[in-house]
Design a protein around this ligand. Sequence first.
Ligand SMILES: Cc1cc2nc3c(=O)[nH]c(=O)nc-3n(C[C@H](O)[C@H](O)[C@H](O)COP(=O)(O)OP(=O)(O)OC[C@H]3O[C@@H](n4cnc5c(N)ncnc54)[C@H](O)[C@@H]3O)c2cc1C
Length: 435
Amino acid sequence: MNSKDKSKLPLVVIAGGGFGGQQVARKLEDKPVDVLMLDKHNYHTFQPLLYQVAIGSLEADSIAFSLRKNFAGQKNFHFHIAELTKVNPEKNTIETTIGEIAYDYLVIATGSTTNFFGNKNIEHNAMPMKSIPEALNLRSLILQNIEEAVLLKTKEEREPYLNFVLVGAGPTGVELSGALAELRTHILHRDYPELKKDEMRVYLVDVQPRVIASMSEQASKAAHEFLTKMGVEVLLNVKVESYDGSEIKFEDGKSIPTKNVIWSAGVMGVVPDGISKDIIERGNRIRTDNVCRVEGASNIFAIGDVAAIISKETPKGYPGLAQVAIQQGKHVAKTILHLVNSEVTVPFKYSDKGSLATVGRNKAVADLGKLKFQGFFAWLTWMFVHLISLLGFRNKVVVFINWTMSYLTYNGGARLIIRRFVRDGVPQKRELDEK
Ligand SMILES: Cc1cc2nc3c(=O)[nH]c(=O)nc-3n(C[C@H](O)[C@H](O)[C@H](O)COP(=O)(O)OP(=O)(O)OC[C@H]3O[C@@H](n4cnc5c(N)ncnc54)[C@H](O)[C@@H]3O)c2cc1C
């Protein structure tokens, strides 16, 4: 396959239609280039709301948006479902699941995936939450395990099914543990009257000394207090040693019996083959220069979670945030146009718009530059920012209605098991007993 032959205009191939990749394509609209976007899915995922899909508060299609639909009408835009597997910089081609494609400019915007830090038993048994299929698996597992608990006779038998352990107290772990605590308080007694509220326990575990360590001490302290009041058991300075699917063990010798371990303790860049190992930074991110160009390449760029601009100010690269990917995407589009027009390029400069994290109803934390606030107004700000950032008018309306219903009734979301989660094709214990 050679998409380059179709046009005499330079072809910009964008691998990944996430926050970063979409900005590149959008900013190249009506410009003298052709754009080909490849993504392994035909939709964009709004990852900040994945946890609400996992908990059953939102349906998956309200946080996803078709990439073809989003770019319908952009004349120089083409899209294929395909996975980038290898870059051949010397030939200016990439290898993909739909064949080899030649490019004039390549933008690697493949984002990141869950990092289990090489621990195979945790990778096999814990649940990640980086994509919609993973969030749906998690939703099924949570609901299946509560259903299973209903059928068991003793408290000891029920315990592992009703213990929820979230590893990683970053925004994802905090948001999901808060949502599980709310499920226990507001939903459990209605949907599962057979179970006692205090039998369901939610643990949030981190090796670091504070929750949401990427935010200010003030935000961290407030989030910790919110969680504790909601009944989440926060275990800090604790390192996970292993998880066999039934019991999670910590390095201090303690353990918790649980069928529900949710891993959000780290991410790593999705780097295709063909990129030199010498320019791979911590977190599997591709080192780029200050215009987001892959080091040593003239026409290959990397942006967002998969990339790192290493400098004195950013010794670890920029944080893995949507805003970084969005701003880098816009910048790379401009840089490509500069190169097409033989103009001088300008360095990327990140404008930090601040961070937000929600813990639950009326509870969020906000660090917006010098302005730091927590509680109800932070929560309103969080909702507003997430609503306006969602792609698609329909999605905004559906999410707004869902949130309003949940707020008024304390009972939002459908909580359906659409397809059972089956690990490695192995049925759960009860299904085996029934055979
Ligand atoms: C649960 C969760 C909550 C988050 N909450 C927040 C938040 O509140 N605020 C915030 O700023 N950030 C948040 N983030 C981080 C934010 O989502 C990322 O920083 C952002 O998505 C990075 O954008 P990106 O364009 O680099 O990658 P992504 O948006 O992840 O896009 C990557 C795209 O590449 C595609 N892809 C992957 N591999 C290939 C391949 N080999 N070939 C082709 N396509 C491929 C994927 O399908 C995807 O569409 C959260 C992340 C998660 C997981």
